[in-house]
Design a binder for this molecule. Structure first.
Ligand SMILES: Cc1cc2nc3c(=O)[nH]c(=O)nc-3n(C[C@H](O)[C@H](O)[C@H](O)COP(=O)(O)OP(=O)(O)OC[C@H]3O[C@@H](n4cnc5c(N)ncnc54)[C@H](O)[C@@H]3O)c2cc1C
Ligand code: SF4
Ligand code: SF4
Ligand code: SF4
Length: 400
C-alpha cells in the first residue's frame, strides 16, 4: 500500500487536499468529515499504487525542527501599504495584496483564497489579472477548499509562472510537488505565520445563527478594521443591513481562540515553525512595537532570493522598517503546541456538528470547563475590550 491510507503516517492530515489534486487516476475525493475538516477519501479500486499522493503529503514527511536561531541572518520587516484603501480592506498591512498585484504584472498566475458567498466557504481561485486578485483581500479564518484550483495549477498551469498564497501546510505540499517535478523555480510561494484553522461546522453555525438570509451575504470580512486593527471583528453585508460582531464574547472567536476546535494537525504543527518551504512569510506584526497602530502593520520575512527580489520590487509602495526576529517570534505560534482537553474537544466538535444544538449552548459548555483563574482573566479582558481604543492600546503597551 503506497497511498494516503498507508498506516505509517507520522503527522495528522492538514486538509491541504493536494493528494487529491495530484492523483493521476482521480482515486481521491475531498469530503468534510464529521468534525468539519476537509479529508481525502480513497477509492481503492482506482488506485494504482503510484505513491504520488504520499510524496506531497505532510503525514509522511519527518520535519527537522528549526528554531529561530537557525536563521541568524533572516530579514524581518514591518510593512504597511501606502494606499489607505488597500489598508482598509486587508487584514494587517496589505502586503499580500501588493505582492499579488505586482506578481500579475510580472507575468505570474496567482492562486489565493476567496469567499464563496453562495456556499459560505473559502475557496482557492487562480487570478489571471489584477482585478481578480481583489477577492483575495482579507484572511478567511476557515479551511479553504483548494482542490479545484490546485488541480488546475498542476495541469493547465504546468510550466507557467505561478504564485501561491496560503497557510504553511498548503505551501509545504505545493513545494514538495514542484520539487518532485523539478519545477520549483517556476513558482513563488508565500505563506503566513499561522495560528491554525477551526472546524468548518463552527463557521456554518455562526453564519446560520448570526447572519440570517445566508447565501446572500457580501463583503464578508473575518477581520474587519471597523474597531481598528488588532480587534477581532467580523463584518458582512446582509439583505437586512450590515452585520458587525459584538465587541466581546463573539462566539466564532471564543471557540477559535479556545484552540479546542482546530484541526488536529494544528495542535502540533511543525510547518508554521520552519521557513524551509516558502519564499516569503508574512503575518500581523503583533507585539509591543505597533500597539498604537490602528490601521494595520504586516510582518514580511523574505526567505529566498526570489522572495527578497519581490519585496525589493514593491518596497516603494510600502512604508517599511527593519526589525529583529525577537520583535516578532515571541508573539506568534512559532514553536508552540496546543494541548486541548480531549473529551471537551470531542464534545464541542460533536455539538458543532449537531444542527439542533445552538452555538450558545456549546459556548456555555466551553465556559463551564474554564478554571476560576481562566474565568477571571476572561472577565478582565472583556472589561478592557469595552474601553475606548486608545485606553486599550495603552493597557496592551503596559502589559507587553
Ligand atoms: C487561517 C489563518 C491563520 C493565520 N494565523 C496567523 C497568525 O497566527 N499570525 C499572523 O501574524 N498571521 C496569521 N495569518 C495571516 C494574517 O491573517 C494575514 O493574512 C496576513 O497578515 C496578511 O495580511 P495582509 O494585510 O498582507 O493581506 P490580506 O489581503 O489580508 O491577505 C490575505 C491573504 O490570505 C490569503 N488567505 C485568505 N484566507 C485564507 C485561508 N483560509 N487559507 C489560506 N490563505 C488564505 C489570501 O489569498 C490573501 O493572499 C493567518 C491567516 C490565515 C488564513
Ligand atoms: S495532508 Fe494533504 S496531502 Fe496529506 S492526506 Fe491530508 S489532504 Fe492529503
Ligand atoms: S497511489 Fe497514486 S493512484 Fe493511488 S491514490 Fe495515490 S496518487 Fe492516486
Ligand atoms: S497551524 Fe499548521 S496545519 Fe494548521 S492551518 Fe496552519 S499550517 Fe496548516
Amino acid at each position: 500500500m503506497n497511498n494516503i491510507t498507508s498506516p505509517n503516517s507520522i503527522h495528522p492530515c492538514t486538509s491541504c487536499q493536494l493528494c487529491a489534486a495530484v492523483c493521476p487516476k482521480g482515486a481521491i475525493t475531498i469530503r468534510t468529515n464529521e468534525e468539519g475538516f476537509y479529508r481525502p477519501v480513497l477509492d481503492e479500486s482506482l488506485c494504482i499504487d503510484c505513491g504520488l499522493c504520499t510524496k506531497v503529503c505532510y503525514k509522511y514527511k519527518p520535519i527537522t525542527p528549526t528554531p529561530p536561531s537557525d536563521y541568524p541572518n533572516i530579514e524581518v520587516w514591518a510593512a504597511a501599504c501606502k494606499d489607505e484603501q488597500v489598508l482598509k480592506e486587508t487584514t494587517s498591512g496589505g502586503v499580500a495584496d501588493v505582492f499579488a498585484r505586482e506578481l500579475i504584472k510580472q507575468g505570474y498566475y496567482c492562486c489565493g483564497v476567496t469567499y464563496d458567498s453562495d456556499a459560505n466557504r473559502a475557496v482557492n481561485q487562480i487570478a489571471v489579472n489584477e482585478a481578480e486578485t481583489l477577492a483575495f483581500r482579507g484572511s478567511k479564518y476557515i479551511q479553504s477548499y483548494t482542490f479545484s484550483a490546485f488541480k488546475k495549477l498542476i495541469s493547465e498551469y504546468a510550466g507557467k509562472k505561478i504564485a501561491v498564497f496560503g497557510t504553511p501546510c498548503h505551501i509545504f505540499a505545493i513545494d514538495q510537488y514542484l520539487r518532485f517535478r523539478k519545477k520549483r523555480e517556476q513558482a513563488i510561494l508565500i505563506d503566513f505565520y499561522c495560528h491554525g484553522c477551526p472546524s468548518l461546522n463552527l463557521w456554518k453555525k455562526y453564519v446560520k445563527e448570526n447572519l440570517p438570509d445566508n447565501g446572500t451575504l457580501s463583503n464578508v470580512r473575518f477581520r474587519s478594521k471597523h474597531r481598528g486593527w488588532g480587534r477581532y471583528c467580523i463584518e458582512a453585508n446582509t439583505p437586512k443591513g450590515k452585520y458587525i460582531s459584538p465587541t466581546v464574547n463573539d462566539s466564532f472567536y471564543t471557540l477559535f481562540f479556545s484552540d479546542h476546535v482546530l484541526n488536529e494537525s494544528c495542535h502540533t504543527c511543525e510547518l508554521r515553525s520552519t521557513l524551509q518551504y516558502t519564499d516569503i512569510r508574512i503575518g500581523d506584526f503583533w507585539g509591543k512595537l505597533y500597539d498604537f497602530n490602528k490601521k494595520g502593520v504586516s510582518i514580511v520575512t523574505p526567505v529566498t532570493e526570489v522572495g527578497k527580489s519581490l519585496f525589493k520590487d514593491v518596497k516603494d509602495r510600502l512604508i517599511t522598517n527593519r526589525h529583529r526576529q525577537t520583535d516578532v517570534i515571541p508573539y506568534q505560534s512559532w514553536g508552540k503546541t496546543y494541548t486541548p482537553n480531549a473529551p471537551l474537544r470531542k464534545r464541542l466538535l460533536t455539538e458543532l456538528a449537531d444542527e439542533n444544538i445552538p452555538l450558545k449552548n456549546t459556548i456555555k459548555h466551553y465556559r463551564e470547563s474554564l478554571t476560576g483563574k481562566q474565568r477571571l482573566k476572561l472577565g478582565i479582558k472583556n472589561i478592557i475590550l469595552r474601553l475606548p481604543s486608545p485606553i486599550i492600546s495603552l493597557i496592551k503597551k503596559i502589559y507587553h
